[in-house]
Design a binder for this molecule. Structure first.
Ligand code: PLP
Length: 420
């Protein structure tokens, strides 16, 4: 069980003081801090069995290969997949680009791809690059509270829609999208269903289902190291796809002008892989398993619930996304009204945008109190445009945050509320 005071004792970074005070880290949506267990696993690899994998016959290389493959099994087991359906990539972005440059490249003029208006750039740009070849990219919208408009999604799903790619949890609105319902609709249409799970797999129980063709996520957002990501792909899909990168390791046979590729997943892992990353991610998964993903979700729901309540008591603070914590994760984008600017801004004729403090000013104000939040467009500019905003501040939680963090965050925000 997680204590609601968070689990900071496992995370060496929280021993750090800045200006003599504790760090209140509220930016886990961008990247998470790493527990001692993950750091030890990485050091253990370099000190104990560092060698290149899959290519040498000596004992050390055997050990490295074995642990690398055990890490793959651990990832597979964590999401209910088979080992050969797990490809190690650099991050969610690379996982989605892998799909764009393989199945995306097989699309023709007039084919369509359906995504949503709440996507991160990494689930937009791999698809809009295909517009150059006449592929049409459609966007399903969302309602005032930030729930995905399923009716809109259904109406934009056409016979020509070959791919539907949807974020499971928005990194701005926090909205948790009903991927099982969407998956059913997508499969009835015969389209490929891709899930950007960068913000969901780290925070809630997740099992792959028959409707999911591909699932992308990042190790660094779930207590693992940077530079390791995952693409889950249904084996029959992976088997018929061409490789993404070409080079060492991913072949059965090469001649001067011909090649036979390895079977998945090795077909998609050209070159020396990130063994340290795989080992670290596996240790992160072990850490999360001890807590239990239901408990991670429960804890974040609790912190989110008290945050939203606290924000509702601050008159100048507006938050975005669903009000019901059942429909959202522990990421809260918000803005603060700046009354001092009203007159100047009315003159600029852009009232909605300019009556708010700039999100970087909010983050700087909080930074002075050692409260670390993200600010800006959060790599979701189209979403910001849909909201009529230039940016927001954003607080996000994970297993090491506790009620104390929320209290200090809300108190600091209260000071800004008073200063308006
Ligand atoms: C929803 C979502 N998708 C994709 C990404 C990209 O992740 P990465 O930078 O690890 O590739 C992020 C990162 O914040 C995200 O929040």
């Amino acid at each position: 069980m997680i204590s609601v005071h968070g689990r900071k004792e496992d995370f060496p970074i929280f021993n750090k003081k800045i200006n003599g005070k504790d760090i209140i880290y509220l930016d886990s949506t961008a990247t998470t801090q790493k527990p001692r267990q993950v750091l030890d696993a990485i050091t253990g690899y370099y000190e104990g069995y560092n060698a290149n994998v899959h290519r040498s016959v000596y004992k050390l290389a055997d050990e490295a290969t074995e642990v690398y493959e055990q890490s793959r099994s651990n990832v597979a087991n964590f999401i209910g997949a088979k080992d050969n359906e797990i490809i190690f990539t650099r991050n969610t972005t690379e996982s989605l680009n892998l799909l764009s440059f393989t199945i995306g490249d097989s699309l023709r003029r007039g084919d369509r791809i359906l995504i949503t208006s709440m996507e991160h750039h990494s689930n937009i740009l791999p698809w809009t690059r295909l517009e150059d070849r006449g592929v049409i990219v459609d966007y399903a919208g969302f309602d005032e509270e930030g729930h995905l408009d399923i009716g809109d999604l259904e109406s934009k799903l056409k016979r020509e829609t070959k791919i539907v790619s949807v974020t499971h949890q928005s990194n701005v609105l926090g909205t948790i999208n009903p991927i099982d319902e969407i998956g059913k609709i997508v499969k009835e249409n015969g389209s490929i269903f891709i899930i950007d799970a960068a913000q969901s797999i780290p925070h809630m129980p997740f099992r792959v289902r028959d409707e999911y063709d591909f699932v992308a996520f990042s190790g660094h957002k779930m207590l693992g190291p940077m530079g390791i990501g995952v693409l889950y792909g249904k084996y029959e899909q992976l088997d018929k796809m061409p490789p993404f990168n070409r080079g060492g390791e991913m072949i059965k046979d090469v001649d001067f002008h011909s090649v036979i590729f390895e079977d998945p997943p090795i077909k998609f892992e050209a070159g020396t892989p990130n063994v340290e990353g795989a080992v670290g991610l596996s240790a992160a998964i072990d850490y999360l398993k001890v807590i239990g993903m239901e408990e991670v979700r429960r804890h974040e729901k609790h912190l989110t619930s008290i945050t939203l309540k606290g924000m509702e008591d601050l008159k100048s603070v507006t938050y975005y996304g669903p009000r019901n914590v059942e429909d959202r994760g522990g990421v809260i984008a918000f803005n603060v009204k700046d009354k001092t600017n009203v007159k100047r801004n009315l003159e600029k004729n852009n009232v909605k945008l300019d009556r708010l403090y700039h999100s970087h000013d909010i983050a700087t104000f909080l930074d002075e109190r050692n409260v670390y939040v993200r600010s800006g467009h959060h790599c979701a500019e189209p979403l910001m445009r849909s909201l009529g905003l230039s940016g927001t501040a954003r607080a996000s939680y994970y297993v090491y945050n506790g009620e104390d963090d929320v209290k200090i965050f809300l108190k600091s925000l209260g000071e800004l509320d008073v200063q308006r």
